[in-house]
Design a protein around this ligand. Sequence first.
Ligand SMILES: Nc1ncnc2c1ncn2[C@@H]1O[C@H](COP(=O)(O)OP(=O)(O)OP(=O)(O)O)[C@@H](O)[C@H]1O
Ligand SMILES: [Mg+2]
Length: 349
Amino acid sequence: MLLSTPSQIIENLTTGVVAVDRELVVCVVNPAAEMVFDSSAKQMIGQSVARFWADIEPLLRETLRSGHSFTRRGARLPLLGRDAHVDLTVTALMGAAGHGVDGLALEIHVVDRLRRLAHDEEIVDHHQAQRLVVQGLAHEIKNPLGGLRGAAQLLERQLGAGEREYTRVIIREADRLQALVDRLSGPTRPTRKTAVNIHQVFEHVRSLLLAEVGPGIRLQRDYDPSLPEIAADPDQLVQAVLNLVRNSVQAMRGAGTIRLRSRIERQFTIGQRRHRQVLRAEVEDDGPGVPPSLRETLFYPMVTGRADGTGLGLSIAQDIVRRHDGLIEYQSQPGRTVFTLFLPFEVKT
Ligand SMILES: Nc1ncnc2c1ncn2[C@@H]1O[C@H](COP(=O)(O)OP(=O)(O)OP(=O)(O)O)[C@@H](O)[C@H]1O
Ligand SMILES: [Mg+2]
């Protein structure tokens, strides 16, 4: 026997369901549809569906007239700042006999997200393979570099004051290379997780940055104070967020606004695992955006758009977040770039 009522079933579907009346006014919205439209049922019910999805209005009017249900694959759904692609089925809801169509039911299934998931897995695997190569290389360089520096120091003692200039160059360059090799290795100590509030991490990064940047850069906060703590290594998270915020500062060249935002995201899949809720921590800036030539390979080590960049910041940040079973994604266009950290609340058992 089925224990749930039809409305409970609709509530728990992963497909977005919206019902509209003959005037295309929204009467029913399930939680999955709230996520698709990034609006609450309260905001949507009583409003015309055209307010949330203007392009679809003519098609819906046509369905009301004809009574013919239809399915459209890959329909474009413009949402704030990005386009989603959805599979849409519209069913005409027939009224009492002879009264024609009473309203419409829209079933909306976001396909972007499915595509994105498959793509993510590939990118993360590729990225981790690359990091292993880079870490291996860094390790190989480390030992001979130590020998080189030690030998230069010994040599320095045997040389007269006028000749030390050369050994100094060797030592200075060896130190520079050592710093690079250390960054290439990424965080070397094991991740030590404790209960961390993401806002402590944000505030720490903010205080570090305020000391570095000029008055042209504003650092705003938009926090959800009700967020639970996560199990994380606070120092590593500070490192990851700092890398993102520093990139924003560098991209904005002295003037602009950075927003640190925290939210809960429900029903989110990372890798193979679906989480009931995850933390969404965002770093948003109004700079020029990520150069289009870097977009596909952005998280790979040594990918940089800056003359003095090493291209390691994002690779290290992604590595740290992966150690926390999370994921970093980004969206970018001129005037709005958002890097988003997704981190699970539940501790892995
Ligand atoms: N918020 C942003 N806006 C515009 N471009 C960005 C932003 N974040 C990253 N980028 C681009 O991505 C590139 C790679 O960033 P990443 O942090 O990995 O390396 P980097 O900043 O160049 O060097 P490093 O962090 O090692 O000093 C940057 O050089 C920049 O071109
Ligand atoms: Mg960087």
